[in-house]
Write a protein that binds this ligand. Sequence first.
Ligand SMILES: NC(=O)c1ccc[n+]([C@@H]2O[C@H](COP(=O)([O-])OP(=O)(O)OC[C@H]3O[C@@H](n4cnc5c(N)ncnc54)[C@H](O)[C@@H]3O)[C@@H](O)[C@H]2O)c1
Length: 260
Amino acid sequence: MTTNRGRVDGKVAIVTGAASGLGRADALRLAEEGARLVLTDINAEAGLEVATSCGGTFVAQDVGDEATWAPLIESTMNAHGRLDVLVNNAGIARIDTIESTSTETWREVMNVHVDATFFGCRAAIPAMTSSGGGSIINMSSTAALVGLAPYLAYSAAKGAIRAMTKSIASHCRGERNGIRCNSVHPGSISTPMVHDALSTLAGIDLMDQPDPEATRIALGIGEPLDVANMILFLSSDESKHVNGAELVIDNADTVDQVRR
Ligand SMILES: NC(=O)c1ccc[n+]([C@@H]2O[C@H](COP(=O)([O-])OP(=O)(O)OC[C@H]3O[C@@H](n4cnc5c(N)ncnc54)[C@H](O)[C@@H]3O)[C@@H](O)[C@H]2O)c1
C-alpha cells in the first residue's frame, strides 16, 4: 500500500506574523503538505484562529522583543522534539520618506524587521543543528533591491535582511550544520498591508472594487498563494541546494523598474 506523503511531511515549522496576509497563507499551505506548525503574532485572536484551522499551536509574540525567542524555541522543542523551518515573516510598513521619517519610526521598523530576524535566526540555529539541519526563510521585499521613496525605513530594513541572510547562509555552510538560509522578495501582493498602501498612496480601496480580483490582476498585484508556494518549496527538501539565495516573486516588476 502506498501512502501520499506531503512535501514537508512531519517537519516542524515556526511562522511569525501568521495571523494575517502572507504568514497566514504560508501556514495554511505548509499544513496542507504535512508540516506541524507553531504560529506566532501580536494579534492573538486572529493568530489563534489560523492555528486552529491548520491544526497548529499559537504563541503570542512580539518578534522585536528579544526575551520572547528563547521560550518560543524551547516550547517548540519540548512539544515536537525538533525544529526544521523558521519563517521570519512578521512585518510592518510605515509610509515615510527620508525627509519625514522620525527616529521613533526608524527604530520601530528596524526592530520589527531587522532585530527580530536577527533574534530569530540566532535562537533557531542551535535547535535546528540538533535536529540535523533546517531551513530559515527571511521575508525581505523587492524594496530591498530597488529602494522605495515612500518607504525609507522599510527599504533599509529589508536590505539589511537580504545581507544578513547571505551572511547566515555562508556561516552555516562553513559550520556544515545542514541549515540553509534564504530571503524571499515579493513585489506587491494582495494583503492588508498592501491594501493600506494602495489606499494611502493611490486612493484605491481594492476590496471596494466591483470585481476586486479583476482589479488586483489589472494592477499587477500577486496573491498570497504565490508567496506561500515559494515558502513551501524553501521549507521542503526539494530546495536542498538553494542556500543564500534571494527569491524574487514579482512577475518582473523589479526588472521593469530597473529598465525604465
Ligand atoms: N504584501 C506584500 O506585498 C509584501 C511584499 C513584500 C514583503 N512583504 C513582507 O511580508 C511580510 C508579511 O506582510 P503582509 O503583507 O502579510 O502584512 P500583514 O499586515 O497582512 O501581516 C503582517 C502580520 O505581522 C504581524 N506583526 C506585526 N508586527 C509584529 C510584531 N512586532 N510581532 C509579531 N507579529 C507582528 C501582524 O499582526 C500581522 O498579522 C512582512 O514582513 C512584509 O514586509 C509583504
